[in-house]
Write a protein of this length. Structure first.
Length: 329
C-alpha cells in the first residue's frame, strides 16, 4: 500500500495566498487494476494560472491543480513500463494512479544533459504558450517590434527569445534590476524595470519610439492600459495572462481600450494554449531543437521538497522567481 501526500485548498484565497490557506493530506492508494500504473512525481510545476483557477473552479478541500513530470514505479499497463517518465496533469500529489489516458511520454531521445523538468517549462506548456501566442495569435513577422511584459518569467523569457530567433526586435520589462540584466543576457534589444521607471509611458516610448507591432501581455491592468497607446497601426495583442489582477480583492477599474482599438485598428485576442493540442508534439520538437542548438536558453527556479509547494507558489505570485518555477520532490 502506497501513501500519497497531497496539497489541498483549505480556505479560498483572500488577496495573496497564505501558507495557512493550504492543508497537507495523506491518501492511501489502492492496489493497481489491470491497465493501471502507479506514478511518483519527480518535478511539479508552479504556474500563475493556478491562482485564477482556484477562484473560478475550486471548492475548499479540492486538491490543488497542476502538472508534473512523474516516473512509473509499478505498471499493469503495457504502454508504460517501469522507469518511464511522463508529463501528467494530476495536481499537487507525490503519487497517483492512472489508466494511462492523458499521459504524455517523454521522448526516449530526451538528451541526458537536459533536466526532465524542462518538460514543464521551455519544452512544455510555457514554451508552447510563447510559440503559439507569437505565431498564431500575434501572427508575428520578421522585422517587427515585439513588446512583452513579465519578461523574466517562464513564458515571457521564451517569448522574447523566440521573437529574436525569428528576426524581430524585442522590448521586455521586468520588476527588478537583476531580472532586467537577465533579459539583456538573453539578447533582448531593450529592457527596463517598470517598478523604478519614472514614467511607464516614457519608458515604452524610449525603448521603441516608433511603437510596437506585437504586444504579448502577461500582466494586464495598468501596464496594458498604457502599452495599448504605443501600438502601431494594425498592431496585434496576445492576451496570455493578467497576473497584476489575480490577487485583487476588489476588481480594478478599466482599462478602457475602445478608443485606441478603434483609432489604431488593433486586434486583441485572449488565448489558452490547449487550442493547439493537435500540434504540440511537432512544435515541442522545434523548441527542444532550439535548446539543444543553444538558441533558446532557460532558467529554472527550483524549490526542494514537496512540503514547500505552497511557499514556492506564493513566491512565484510575488515575482520572486526567475524563469520557470518548479518543485523537486
Amino acid at each position: 500500500m502506497v501513501t500519497a501526500k497531497v496539497w489541498a485548498l483549505k480556505k479560498h484565497f483572500e488577496g495573496l495566498p497564505k501558507t495557512g490557506d493550504f492543508v497537507l493530506k495523506m491518501i492511501e492508494l489502492p492496489k493497481l487494476k489491470e491497465g493501471e500504473l502507479l506514478l511518483e512525481s519527480v518535478f511539479l510545476s508552479i504556474d500563475p494560472y493556478m491562482r485564477l483557477y482556484s477562484q473560478k473552479d475550486m471548492k475548499e478541500g479540492d486538491i490543488m491543480p497542476g502538472t508534473q513530470v512523474a516516473r512509473t514505479v509499478e505498471s499493469k499497463n503495457p504502454a508504460f513500463t517501469v522507469g518511464t517518465f511522463v508529463v501528467a496533469n494530476s495536481g499537487w500529489r507525490t503519487h497517483f494512479i492512472s489508466d494511462g489516458k492523458g499521459l504524455q511520454l517523454l521522448p526516449p531521445t530526451w538528451p541526458e544533459s537536459l533536466p526532465r523538468s524542462l518538460a514543464l517549462g521551455a519544452v512544455g506548456m510555457p514554451g508552447l504558450t510563447a510559440y503559439f501566442g507569437l505565431l498564431e495569435v500575434c501572427k508575428m513577422k520578421p522585422g517587427e517590434t515585439v513588446l512583452v511584459n513579465a519578461a523574466a518569467g517562464a513564458v515571457g523569457s521564451l517569448v522574447g527569445q523566440i521573437a529574436k530567433i525569428l528576426d524581430c526586435k524585442v522590448v521586455g520589462c521586468a520588476g527588478s534590476d537583476p531580472k532586467v540584466a537577465y533579459l539583456k543576457k538573453l539578447g533582448f534589444d531593450e529592457a527596463f524595470n517598470y517598478k523604478t521607471a519614472t514614467s511607464l509611458d516614457e519608458a515604452l516610448s524610449k525603448a521603441s519610439p516608433d511603437g510596437y507591432d506585437c504586444f504579448f501581455d502577461n500582466v494586464g491592468g495598468e501596464f496594458s492600459s498604457v502599452a495599448i497607446n504605443h501600438m502601431k497601426k494594425y498592431g496585434r495583442i496576445a492576451v496570455c495572462g493578467a497576473i497584476s489582477q489575480y490577487n485583487d480583492s476588489v476588481p480594478q477599474k478599466g482599462p478602457y481600450i475602445q478608443v485606441p482599438m478603434i483609432l489604431k485598428e488593433l486586434q486583441m485576442e485572449g488565448f489558452i494554449v490547449y487550442r493547439w493540442d493537435n500540434r504540440k508534439e511537432e512544435d515541442l520538437k522545434v523548441l527542444l531543437k532550439w535548446i539543444v542548438e543553444g538558441k533558446l536558453k532557460y532558467h529554472e527556479q527550483v524549490t526542494e521538497g514537496f512540503e514547500n509547494m505552497p511557499a514556492a507558489f506564493i513566491g512565484m505570485l510575488k515575482g520572486e522567481n526567475l524563469g520557470k518555477a518548479v518543485v523537486k520532490v
